[in-house]
Design a protein. Structure first.
Length: 391
């Protein structure tokens, strides 16, 4: 059906998330008129489901918290230096940015200079947007060059052209341009090996823990299946948590706990926001897609189906500290927080792609792909529903 009617089936799959969510939201209203007993059982069942979800999430959050504390204290370099070729491993850090202040980028790069693996193992790429304008881009490049030139293995700046045919403006297309430009440069060098490199998508406001890249280096070198792994840390919104109004502080702390808890469920874990994979795997799938807005879930399922289900997300129990949405004043901060959550919700636009690939795929293990796709559908379909049913 999908192959026979590609446009029609695509449209149906695009409608499905919103249609399903609104059906659940409105069911207690129209159902109480036509089938009240069914509504009663539905609400009871949903409350039991919600209790189960809440309990397992809380337990996973506690487990992740103690693991994070242990991993962040651990001497990862003591293990890394046991590999004779550890210095050959280089970490490409793609930092997509639009109009973020140069000071934010400087803070992120400063965190990279403090990595216990050493900055000479790191290659930052400042992925700028041409549409941001020369004044903004030139100022930030000059600021960064002055502060960091010579401190890393190398430092690159890319400028994603505006209005490229078939592209959607956003992080995914910008990161894809940066990755492909780096690959062109890599072919001219003999001292770096593609199969000894990782590539990370890092939000430009993120401060990586000093042990982050050392832990990834160890896991990369120690894993014979390293070219089929994506590594995910614990995204926490703690950089500026004490500066924002308390309601948004509560929300961001809850979001951080949820992100930590996800690490203890590797069977359901999908990379989010800031993550790492081998450059070999990224090159194998031709980098990020350029016609989508969200890039994190998309890159997982793109690699997953391209490798017939061989790709797994492996947790890194180390905090990845990002900024919570912030502005001047309560309402402005509230609005920015809402806009941030709305951007996350755009992940539902990938559902049609994920479901279509699930149906067409004949290589990935059935139950493994079913659990992973169900997790995404559960998150995207039920996220807007929870509040209405519970209250």
């Amino acid at each position: 059906m999908i192959k026979k009617y590609p446009r029609g089936s695509q449209r149906v799959l695009e409608i499905l998330p919103g249609f399903t969510s609104w059906t659940f939201i409105l069911f207690p209203v129209w159902g109480s008129i036509f089938w009240p007993i069914g509504v009663a059982y539905f609400i009871i069942a949903f409350n039991v489901y919600w209790l189960y979800r809440s309990t397992t999430l809380a337990w996973a959050g506690v487990m992740s918290y103690y693991r994070i504390k242990a991993w962040e204290r651990y001497d990862w370099m003591g293990d890394v230096i046991g590999f004779a070729d550890w210095k050959e491993v280089k970490h490409v850090i793609v930092l997509p940015t639009y109009k973020e202040p140069g000071e934010i980028l400087v803070r992120t790069l400063q965190a990279l200079t403090k990595q216990t693996i050493g900055p000479k193992q790191i290659i930052p790429i400042i992925a700028m947007e041409e549409r941001a304008g020369n004044d903004i881009n030139d100022h930030r490049e000059a600021l960064i060059r002055k502060a960091f030139m010579g401190k890393f293995a190398d430092l690159f700046f890319t400028y994603h052209p505006a209005n490229l045919t078939g592209e959607v403006v956003g992080k995914s297309s910008n990161a894809s341009w940066a990755g492909k430009e780096f690959k062109k440069m890599l072919t001219k060098r003999t001292d770096w090996k593609l199969d000894k490199m990782t590539i990370s998508s890092v939000d430009c406001d993120v401060a990586l823990h000093p042990n982050h890249l050392a832990a990834i280096t160890y896991m990369f070198l120690d894993d014979p299946n390293r070219y089929r792994k994506i590594w995910q840390g614990a995204i926490v919104f703690y950089n500026n948590i004490e500066r924002i109004p308390w309601p948004m502080r509560v929300f961001n702390r809850m979001s951080s706990v949820i992100n930590m808890a996800q690490l203890s469920r590797p069977d359901r874990l999908i990379n989010f926001s800031t993550y790492t994979l081998s450059l070999k795997l990224m090159d194998e799938i031709n980098y990020w897609d350029t016609d989508v807005i969200p890039e994190d879930y998309r890159i997982f399922f793109k690699t997953y189906f391209a490798t017939k289900g061989e790709v797994e997300v492996e947790p890194i129990f180390i905090s990845v500290s990002a900024d919570a949405a912030e502005a001047n004043g309560f309402w402005s901060t509230y609005t920015n927080t809402y806009e941030q959550v709305k951007r996350w919700a755009w992940g539902a636009s990938d559902d049609s792609y994920i479901i279509k690939e699930y149906i067409l795929d004949d290589g990935a293990p059935f139950w493994d792909k079913t659990i992973r796709v169900f997790k995404v559908i559960e998150d995207h379909f039920m996220w807007p529903v929870n509040w209405f049913i519970i209250t």
